[in-house]
Design a protein around this ligand. Structure first.
Ligand code: ATP
Ligand code: MG
Length: 561
C-alpha cells in the first residue's frame, strides 16, 4: 500500500462515502439507510466482513442506520444454523443492527402482489419452457435472444397460471414467471429475467406456505425499497444487474427509490472466498468444520484467535475501490500481529520439549523467579515462574554439533534462560536409536535474574519451563490452507496444502497459560500468538497458534515481495 492510499483511508473516505456525503449536502437524503443482505446458505467469511464494515460503518459515521436483512429466497440451500451464525458473527465483529433485523421472506406477500401488477400491466408472463430451453433461447453476448413461444399469453391466462403456480398445482421447474423486457437487449440481465420459480420446499421461516419463490433480482431491490434503503451497496458482479434493479423499481408502486452502488469484492492471496468452495471444504471433510481455524470464515478466524479489531483494521487499510484486485495475505497477518503485540500477555511454552537436568542444583529444591507480563505495559504486572533441577527447553534450541552461526545451546556453550540463570551444557544423553533425550547442564547461581556480576555476555536467551510445575498440552500450528497464491476455485482440492495443520501433542505450558479462556490470546515468547481451543479437556488443554511472530511465510514459499 502506498502512503497516499494510507492517507485516504486514514481520513476514512472512499468513493461511496463521497456519494453519501454529497447526498446529505444536497439534501437528497436526511437519513442514510444501508443494509447488509447475506443469504443464509453458509457462514460469513472475511470478504463479508468488508461489506459489513462498509455498510455498518457508513451508517455509524453518517448517523444513519444499517439493516441486517436475510436474503432467504432459496429454501433448498438455507438453514437456521446459518441465520444464527451470521448474527453471532456480525455482533462479534463489533456491529449492531439494533431493531433492524429483516428477512426477504417477510415481504413474500407484497412481492407476490407486485408480480400480479406486472402481469396486469403486460410486463410479466408465465413461461412453460424448461430451464434448459430458456437458457438456449437467451442468446449470448454477441447474439440476441429469441422470444419465448409463451411470451404473448393474455393477461388472464398469465394471472390464472401464476395463481396456480402459487397454489402448488405444478411440479418444480414446470413454469416460471418472467419479466417482459427485451430479448435482444445488449444486457443479458434484461432478456426477460426470471422473477419467480416453482419450488416445493420447506422454508425455515415460512414453512410450506409457498410453492413459488422470488429470484434474487426480483426480491432484492423491492426489499430495499420497502425498507427505505438509500444506498444499496453491493459487489461489482452486480453492476450489470443495475438496469434491471432500476427497471423493476420504476415499474412497481414501491414506497422508495434506493440507488445501487458497486464496489470491488475482497480477494486475498492463498485464500478462496466463495461460499460454494467453503461449503465443499466442509462437506468434503477437508477441514474440521466451518470454524476450522484454517478457514477464512469469521468463525474460523475467531477460533484461531484473530481479534475483531484486527479484522476491522484490515478492512480499513485495504479501503474501498471500484476495481477488482487481490490483497496480499501478509497485510491481514500484519494487522493481526500489530493488534496482538499490543494486547496479549507474554507467557512461556515449550512446543517440542527437551529435558534438561541442572546437576549442580540441589534435588528437591525450587525457587520462584519473576517474569514480566508485557514489556510495553508495566500495568500488566508480573508473575512467578518456578525454577528447579529439572527443566524443559525447546528441542530446536539445542544442537550437538552446531554450524557456525548457531548461538543457542550446544555442548560447552553458555546461554541465558529467560528470567532465570546462565546455564552450560556438560553432557548429552541419547536413547538406543541415537536421539538426544536429555541434557546434563550446570547453572551459575550468581546469574540469578539473567545477568552475570562479572559482566560476561551470552549470545542467546531461551525460553524454558520447570518440569514439575508445567502442564502438558497439545498445540496446533496452522499454515496456509492452499499452496498457491491464486488457488483454482474450480479444482481447489488439487491446490490444498497437505501441511496446513501440524499437531504438537507433547508440548508444555506454564500454569498461567493452562488457566486461560478461549478469548485470551497470549504471546508464547519466541513462538507466536496462541489461544485456547474449544477441544481442550480438563486435564489436557489445546492451543491454536493464531500466527507466528514474524512473517516467515514469505521466505518459505519465496512468493512475496
Ligand atoms: P460468495 O460470493 O462468497 O459465494 P455471496 O456474495 O453469494 O458470497 P451473500 O450472502 O450474497 O454471499 O453476500 C452478502 C453480501 O456480502 C453481498 O452484498 C455481497 O456482495 C457481499 N460480499 C460477498 N463476498 C464478498 C467479498 N469477497 N468482498 C466483499 N463483499 C462481499
Ligand atoms: Mg450473493
Amino acid at each position: 500500500m502506498t502512503t497516499a492510499d494510507a492517507a485516504t483511508t486514514e481520513a476514512g473516505r472512499d468513493f461511496i462515502r463521497d456519494i453519501v456525503q454529497a447526498d446529505l449536502d444536497s439534501k437528497k437524503h436526511s437519513v442514510i439507510v444501508t443494509r447488509f443482505p447475506p443469504e443464509p446458505n453458509g457462514y460469513l467469511h472475511i470478504g463479508h466482513a468488508k461489506s459489513i464494515a462498509l455498510n455498518f460503518g457508513i451508517a455509524q459515521e453518517f448517523g444513519g442506520r444499517c439493516h441486517l436483512r436475510f436474503d432467504d429466497t432459496n429454501p433448498t440451500k438455507e438453514e437456521q444454523e446459518y441465520i444464527d451464525s451470521i448474527q453471532a458473527d456480525v455482533h462479534w465483529l463489533g456491529y449492531d443492527w439494533g431493531t433492524n433485523l429483516f428477512y426477504a421472506s417477510d415481504y413474500f406477500e407484497r412481492l407476490y402482489g407486485w408480480a400480479e401488477i406486472l402481469i396486469r400491466e403486460g410486463l410479466a408472463y408465465v413461461d412453460d419452457q424448461s430451464q434448459e430451453e430458456i437458457r438456449i433461447r437467451r442468446g449470448t453476448l454477441t447474439e440476441p435472444g429469441q422470444n419465448s413461444p409463451f411470451r404473448d399469453r393474455s393477461v388472464e391466462e398469465n394471472l390464472d397460471l401464476f395463481r396456480r403456480m402459487k397454489a402448488g398445482e405444478f411440479a418444480n421447474g414446470a413454469r416460471v414467471l418472467r419479466a417482459k423486457i427485451d430479448m435482444s437487449s445488449g444486457n443479458i440481465n434484461l432478456r426477460d429475467p426470471v422473477l419467480y420459480r416453482i419450488l416445493h420446499a420447506t422454508h425455515p421461516r415460512t414453512g410450506d406456505a409457498w410453492s413459488i419463490y422470488p429470484s434474487y433480482d426480483y426480491a432484492h431491490g423491492q426489499s430495499d425499497a420497502i425498507e427505505g434503503i438509500t444506498h444499496s451497496i453491493c459487489t461489482l458482479e452486480f453492476e450489470d444487474h443495475r438496469p434491471l434493479y432500476e427497471w423493476l423499481l420504476d415499474k412497481l408502486p414501491v414506497p422508495s427509490k434506493p440507488r445501487q452502488y458497486e464496489f470491488a469484492r475482497l480477494n486475498i492471496t492463498y485464500t478462496l472466498l466463495s461460499k460454494r468452495v467453503l461449503t465443499e471444504l466442509v462437506r468434503g471433510n477437508h477441514v474440521s468444520g466451518w470454524d476450522d481455524p484454517r478457514m477464512p470464515t469469521i468463525a474460523g478466524l475467531k477460533r484461531r484467535g484473530v481479534p475483531p479489531a484486527a479484522i476491522r483494521e484490515f478492512v480499513k487499510r485495504i479501503g474501498v475501490a471500484k476495481a477488482n484486485s487481490v490483497v496480499d495475505v501478509g497485510m491481514l497477518e500484519f494487522c493481526i500481529r500489530e493488534e496482538l503485540n499490543r494486547t496479549s500477555l507474554r507467557r512461556m511454552a515449550v512446543l517440542r520439549p527437551l529435558k534438561v537436568v541442572i546437576e549442580n542444583y540441589p534435588e528437591g529444591q525450587s525457587e520462584e523467579l519473576e517474569a514480566i507480563n508485557h514489556p510495553d505495559d508495566p500495568a500488566a504486572g508480573t508473575r512467578k515462574i518456578a525454577f528447579g533441577r529439572e527443566l524443559y527447553i525447546e528441542h530446536d534450541d539445542f544442537m550437538e554439533t552446531p554450524p557456525k552461526k548457531f548461538f543457542r545451546l550446544s555442548p560447552g556453550t553458555e546461554v541465558r534462560l529467560r528470567y532465570a540463570y546462565f546455564i552450560k551444557c556438560r553432557e548429552v544423553v541419547k536413547n538406543a536409536t541415537g536421539e538426544v533425550v536429555e541434557l546434563r547442564c550446570t547453572y551459575d547461581p550468581a546469574t540469578r535474574g539473567g545477568n552475570a556480576p562479572d559482566g560476561r555476555k551470552v549470545k542467546a536467551t531461551m525460553h524454558w519451563l520447570p518440569a514439575a510445575q508445567s502442564v502438558p498440552a497439545e498445540i496446533r500450528i496452522y499454515n496456509q490452507l492452499f499452496l498457491k497464491p491464486s488457488p483454482d476455485a474450480g479444482n481447489f482440492v488439487a491446490d490444498l496444502n497437505p501441511q496446513s495443520l501440524e499437531v504438537l501433542p507433547d508440548a508444555r505450558v506454564e500454569p498461567a497459560i493452562a488457566a486461560t479462556q478461549s478469548q485470551d490470546v497470549m504471546q508464547f515468547e519466541r513462538q507466536g500468538y496462541f489461544v485456547r481451543d474449544k477441544d481442550s479437556t480438563a486435564d489436557r488443554p489445546v492451543f491454536n497458534r493464531t500466527i507466528g511472530l514474524r512473517d516467515t511465510f514469505a521466505k518459505e514459499v519465496g512468493g512475496k515481495g
